[in-house]
Design a protein around this ligand. Structure first.
Ligand SMILES: [Zn+2]
Ligand SMILES: [Zn+2]
Length: 258
């Protein structure tokens, strides 16, 4: 078992390091191929436009510039480099997302539910004043959005399928029923989930999806791909070996998406 492809790394076209530094990291990790999936949001709601301004995420306007940079680096690195995207998914934005993906024509699209009702599920702030019952509803809505993501057929990859677990205020509310519903939606979709190593070596300490969720997915014969979700070159080097170990444990081969 070896990990030759990493379909989910970031660059400074969103919140990662320079492209060339990430490519050096991918080479050092022994990869054959790496895909840049920088954050991108095309929602027209004011709160989402403001968040994009605050974070400085501009890929919706700069993807052609990044594409030219990726082209220019191809000869300097012994790697296949993919020009991809990590698209924020909200069911309300499907038409805008579809139009943007058609126009941009990336090698593939990774999709993420980062927000529920425009609250970023990775932040504690928006959930601090909510009761436990209200936070449970947020988690229900999060898993509903994952089902819609799979059913939309817009994307090659579903990113970090239980992202809510990263947030201590939303952790522990996911149920077997949530897992089962998402697994069924994935089984009927071209979209494949990734095994995401974004927090496995950090505070959270677990892959996405967590073991019980992954089991439900594999029980439905859904293929799984791989994403280190690295933002720094040293993260690629550290995460590729743990992904390799985990796939070996599972006795599952990560599926190629391009
Ligand atoms: Zn993400
Ligand atoms: Zn990411």
């Amino acid at each position: 078992m070896s990990i030759t492809h990493d379909y989910h790394v970031h660059s400074n076209y969103s919140d990662g390091e320079f492209l060339w530094k990430m490519l050096r990291g991918a080479e050092a990790a022994g990869l054959d191929a790496v895909g840049f999936a920088d954050h991108c949001n095309v929602a027209d709601r004011e709160s989402m436009r403001l968040e994009k301004c605050q974070l400085g995420f501009t890929l919706d306007e700069t993807y052609e510039r990044r594409r030219a940079a990726i082209e220019s680096f191809r000869d300097s690195f012994d790697l296949t480099v993919y020009d991809a995207v990590e698209m924020d998914y909200d069911p309300r934005d499907e038409a805008r997302i579809e139009a943007f993906l058609d126009e941009a024509d990336f090698d593939y699209a990774v999709a993420s539910v980062h927000h529920v009702g425009d609250r970023n599920v990775q932040s504690k702030g928006p959930f601090r004043d909510l009761s436990e019952a209200e936070r449970r509803v947020v988690v229900d809505d999060y898993f509903d959005a994952l089902v819609a993501l799979a059913e939309s057929e817009l994307f090659e990859v579903m990113a970090h399928p239980d992202l809510v677990e990263r947030n201590p205020l939303l952790r522990g509310f996911a149920t077997d029923d949530h897992y089962e519903r998402v697994a069924i939606a994935l089984a009927g979709s071209r979209t494949v989930p990734e095994l995401n190593a974004g927090r496995v070596l950090d505070d959270y300490g677990e892959f996405h999806p967590a073991p019980a969720f992954l089991e439900a997915i594999l029980d439905h014969d859904v293929s799984v791909t791989v994403g280190s979700d690295s933002h720094r070159p040293e993260e690629v080097e550290k995460r590729v070996p743990v992904l390799k170990e985990r796939f070996a444990e599972l006795d599952v081969e990560p599926v190629r998406i391009v």
